[in-house]
Design a protein around this ligand. Sequence first.
Ligand code: AMP
Ligand code: GLY
Length: 448
Amino acid sequence: MNTPSKKLNIAVAGSGGREHAILRKLRQSPRAGTIYALPGNGGIARDGIPCVNISPANTPAFTAWCLDNAVDFVVVTPDNPLAAGLVDALSEKGILAFGPVREAAKLEWSKAYAKNMMRQNNIPTADYAVFTGCGAALEYAKSAPYPLVVKADGLALGKGVVICGTYETAEDAIRGAMEGGRFGESGKTIVLEEYLCGPEVSVLSFCDGKTIVPMVSSMDHKRELDGDLGDNTGGMGAIAPNPFYTEEIARECYETIFLPTLRMTQKAGTPFKGCLYFGLMLTSDGPKVIEYNCRFGDPETQAVLPLLESDLLEIMLACAEGRLTPDMVKFRDGACACLVLASNGYPRKFDVGFTISGLEDAEKLLRPSNGAFSGEVYCAGVRYGGRVPAAISGKLYTSGGRVLGISAAAADLQTALSACYAAAGNIKWRGIYYRRDIGQCAFDKKTP
Ligand code: AMP
Ligand code: GLY
């Protein structure tokens, strides 16, 4: 089906800022035919991209819709549909997809599996033990060094990790997961893990099952408040490249982590295809894996893709078809920052339904005529008030915790950050909240 001249109808699964960034990039490809988002969001609809209200986790409905609408290629990025086997279901119907099959995505949906695989393959990671019974876990916690990290085995919306300073907090976390059902089925098995410290680095990579090509590195800002205080969130901002990730460290990671991980997936009979995300910590003992995600990170993607010079669609097709080569993936020099604008109260309780204003002004500001920087506003928790697909006149309303991502790329990080904050100053809704210190650690060079 993939003859070079044919335009492809594409469906992107998901509804976040990450998907908006992917869609904007895919749209630039000369090979892109009609692009759909399932379910997409109001900001994606505002771009004129048809949004179809089908959940990607409903694999039969999603697959049937793709067949009915002559979709040639599907991009699957959220964790749930990957764990539900959407890529498997599509391929059974002969539809090509970017993303790992369910068994390959196990590196993300089972932390116990990922840890055991790393140990067997000598991939540097924190020491750990896996438990399926509460008594044995508590016994282990009594004599373990502190802080101790308690992790639910399965997907837990980014909330399955508790860093415990004392036995009492560890006992609460262990009992809460294993007896209290705090994370549902995801917490029936837990991993108890050594606490590591050092700067964190996110490295997304393209994989086709045989070849792995790392993208430019990035840094997430996971905590809610300035100074890395407050609760863990999905991510309040990102910068790329990561200032702590030197060329020397990159070489070391490639040799000791990236390549061995790809080989590990081949040996297991689940060669990884798609985007493999390495969550790394640069410890005094060398880089170690904190986690694998089997998908693009969010907001990291919103800081990484604006620096990609190559055709994203061609790269994704090459990954899916097993013909990826390093020369296909080119990033431009310079830096990119992404600032997340959130609803006040996120990641806890927050209100939605407020009118968003100032988006056009922000977008204008992000495209200066002198080209000193260039930026985009990506939409996440956004609902569209107008017709869909529609003219730009319809109003946008908040509908989620993370609402917008403002990304700007420039020759240097300071220019990129200043552009993001200047654009953010134009955007208003009742209860808008964002961190004021995204990227600051790059100048302080202290661990975020
Ligand atoms: P994860 O969901 O595995 O990405 O964990 C969420 C966050 O918890 C990470 O980004 C780290 O900041 C922190 N974390 C996870 N594991 C460890 C560890 N072993 N030592 C220290 N911090 C950790
Ligand atoms: N930003 C972290 C993640 O996507 O899981």
